[in-house]
Design a protein around this ligand. Structure first.
Ligand code: GDP
Ligand code: MG
Length: 309
């Protein structure tokens, strides 16, 4: 599958919901843009979790361009595309890299959001490019978590540094970075146990992990990624806020986009917190990770709207 096909497959659920609703709006031949039309349009947009601000801006734009005139599907879709693109474009950014020496990436998020799987995918991305990758099994909370990461490391061709269950995750992070430095690795990715943004002791633990890493490489971690579950809806917003403030997150991986009809949540997340979206996860295998490209994201989201149901 090509790049756009995978994004398309990943967005299929969200696109289906949006496009079915939008197509319904266009169904009646000769319909005029009036209050009822704008209300239906607003409802269809809000369903994708793109947030009230974006939905409102689209409705206002359509209102301004088409008020009392006959509904023109091309203009409505153009309005959706233009408004969303303006909001998503600032969120496009490549993953940070160290100027010299290993790039260290710390991966955080709530339980089950897709951290470990996303680490495997990221590692695969790097090893494909011929980079040497070492993973730090910093989720020392559960033995199964270490086993899961070890299995992935083997599959994607990365080395792994692990500790005893229950040991200090900062010590694992320390050893992983030390290994990256001494072994001439290009990338070191550190996993962490799931936590809620409201658990201040666990958020402080992330601070300790960061400090231990920075002691060895002052600019590191070069990237602290927050993995968000695209099915989490509005919870993703409070997670983005909490992890940005308390854990210094620098970017987002939006995982499980393929399982969500609410992929639009990427819009308020990117807009409200100024956090770039580095990658989107579109499946459970190591290849199911794509860089976030707003134009392609929107093409995949909207291309079905004019097609027959
Ligand atoms: N469909 C789908 N499933 C995913 C994706 N990312 C992770 N998962 C699944 O979500 C579950 C939790 O993932 P895991 O990486 O263990 O989450 P963690 O607790 O944050 O480390 C696993 O069953 C993964 O296979 C994705 O992009 N798409
Ligand atoms: Mg995990």
């Amino acid at each position: 599958m090509g790049f756009l096909d995978r994004i398309r497959a990943g967005l299929a659920k969200t696109a289906r919901v949006l496009n079915t609703d939008v197509r319904d709006l266009f169904k009646r031949e000769g319909r005029h843009v009036d209050e009822a039309f704008l209300e239906e349009l607003r409802a269809a947009l809000v369903k994708t979790d793109m947030g009230p601000a974006a939905a409102e801006a689209i409705v206002a734009d359509v209102d301004q361009r088409l008020r009392t005139r006959v509904v023109d599907p091309e203009i409505v879709l153009d309005s959706i595309r233009t408004q969303l693109l303006a909001r998503l474009r600032p969120a496009e950014a490549a993953i940070a890299a160290a100027a010299t020496g290993p790039t260290v990436i710390l991966v955080t998020g709530v339980n089950g959001s897709g951290k470990t799987t996303s680490i495997a995918k990221l590692a695969r991305n790097f090893t494909r490019q011929g980079r040497k990758v070492v993973l730090g099994a910093g989720d020392t909370f559960r033995a199964a978590a270490v086993e899961q990461l070890t299995m992935w490391a083997g599959r994607v061709g990365a080395e792994i540094v692990r500790g005893e269950t229950g040991c200090d995750p900062a010590s694992v992070a320390h050893r992983a970075v030390a290994r990256a430095l001494e072994g001439g690795f290009d990338v070191c990715i550190v996993d962490t146990a799931g936590r809620l943004q409201t658990q201040s002791n666990l958020m402080q633990e992330l601070g300790k992990i960061r400090r231990v890493i920075a002691k060895q490489i002052p600019e590191a971690p070069h990237e602290t990624l927050l993995v968000l579950d695209a099915t989490a809806g509005q919870n993703a917003l409070s997670q983005a806020k909490g992890f940005k403030e308390a854990a210094g997150c620098t970017g987002i991986v939006l995982a499980k986009l393929d399982g969500s009809a609410r992929g639009g949540v990427i819009v308020p997340v990117a807009e409200q917190f100024g956090l770039p979206v580095k990658f989107v996860g579109v499946g459970e295998s190591a290849d199911d990770l794509e860089p976030f490209v707003p134009e392609q994201f929107l093409q995949a989201l909207l291309e079905g709207a004019l097609a027959p149901a």
